[in-house]
Design a protein. Structure first.
Length: 168
């Protein structure tokens, strides 16, 4: 199913990377030898780089699509990458997310969460108190994004683990 650009844009905001199949070169920063890219398929080409390239998807190499490139040169600041952007398999996998975003439009829900009343004839606007405004804002966020907001779960922390406080 084809989804609107606003639905795709909201999904990209949730995921943290682009899933579009727009062709062309894209420029990314290199962070400690890792390039966090948009979603791509196949082997990417990095302009003016001849070293070893390893690809993965969120630390996993078991998928047909990737969004990370590991390079040998940790001194590079930026790279320009040409790749086959997007992936049909990934779009199928997130179809439930895209359908949910289509069914639950967020358009403007938080924009006016602080408004108590608005009178059009003389352009009068009354704002809510800060408690009422933040409550309305959080209700708008929960109503639009609650499907993706999860509570963290701590699996285990053993007393043998030195400096275990650093994991929290």
């Amino acid at each position: 199913m084809a989804y609107s650009e606003s639905v795709i844009h909201r999904a990209e905001e949730i995921l943290g990377y682009s899933i579009s199949a727009t062709t062309g070169s894209r420029t990314y920063r290199v962070i400690d030898g890792v390039v966090y890219t948009d979603l791509f398929t196949g082997t990417p080409t990095i302009t003016d780089y001849t070293g070893t390239v390893t690809t993965r998807f969120n630390d996993s190499q078991a998928t047909s699509y990737k969004n990370e490139i590991i390079i040998d040169d940790k001194c590079l600041n930026e790279v320009t990458i040409t790749a086959t952007w997007g992936n049909a398999d990934f779009n199928t996998e997130i179809d439930d997310l895209l359908q949910w975003l289509t069914d639950n439009p967020f358009a403007g829900a938080a924009d006016e969460s602080g408004l108590q009343s608005k009178k059009i004839e003389d352009f009068s606007v009354t704002f809510k108190s800060s408690d009422e405004a933040s409550s309305s804002f959080y209700d708008a966020i929960r109503g639009s994004w609650s499907f993706y907001i999860r509570n963290p779960i701590i699996i285990s922390v053993t007393p043998e683990q030195r400096r275990d406080y650093r994991y929290f």
